[in-house]
Design a protein around this ligand. Structure first.
Ligand code: HEC
Length: 180
């Protein structure tokens, strides 16, 4: 074997080796696709949204019962809260309807129960009485609680404020109910 022959064989080996390595690298490049951090199918997103919605619904449903707050409510503090209502409501006995109906004796009264006041269809057809809890829900977010009401008031966020104003309205009646 002369050196030329040897070189040819060596070259053949080298080429084979290079081709082999080349194919392997190429294979890696084609097949080893990097795994994306997030799945392309946005199932997670959907689940998240549902949980969000559930949370919102839960929040909405979870308005605490007003009973424990009524137990320590203050009629005087309620009179102050009621200042937010006087533009539209009278509260004293014999008071007139203003933008909103007269509220003397409203606790336990039929919802939409004042003859001659032009209630919305929503209130007129509500079919319940103003229990403490109904007042609680309505005064929290009037337009959410009874859709279609024309009481244009944002509501009272604080449990305490609602309890106090309900206690105040309860006192403005011929037959106030016990608060506890
Ligand atoms: C911008 C005017 C406005 C303000 C402020 C307002 N209300 Fe009203 N309220 C109304 C109107 C109008 C209605 C009748 C709603 C309807 O017919 O849908 C109403 C209805 C009501 C009713 C139902 C009465 C019934 O006869 O069925 C209650 C209870 C009530 N309001 C309490 C309050 C309290 C408490 C506040 C203050 C925290 C308040 N409102 C603030 C306008 C107002």
């Amino acid at each position: 074997m002369d050196s030329f022959e040897f070189n040819k064989i060596a070259a053949a080996f080298l080429v084979t080796a290079l081709v082999f390595i080349g194919i392997k690298e190429l294979g890696n490049a084609i097949y080893s696709v990097e795994k994306p951090a997030n799945s392309a199918y946005k199932i997670e997103g959907v689940v998240e949204k549902t949980t969000d919605m559930n949370l919102k619904i839960k929040k909405e449903e979870k308005l605490a019962s007003i009973t424990p707050f009524l137990a320590s409510a203050s009629v005087e503090a309620g009179a102050k809260v009621f200042k937010k209502c006087v533009a539209c409501h009278s509260i004293d006995k014999g008071g007139v309807n203003k933008i909103g109906p007269a509220l003397w004796g409203v606790v336990n009264r039929k919802v939409g129960g004042i003859e001659g006041f032009k209630y919305s269809a929503a209130l007129k057809g509500y079919g319940k009485n103003w229990s403490f809890e109904e007042l609680n829900g309505f005064l929290h977010k009037p337009m959410r609680y009874i859709k279609g009401t024309k009481m244009g008031f944002v509501g009272l966020k604080k449990n305490k404020d609602r309890a106090n104003v309900i206690a105040y309205m309860n006192s403005k009646s011929d037959t106030p109910l016990p608060l506890k």
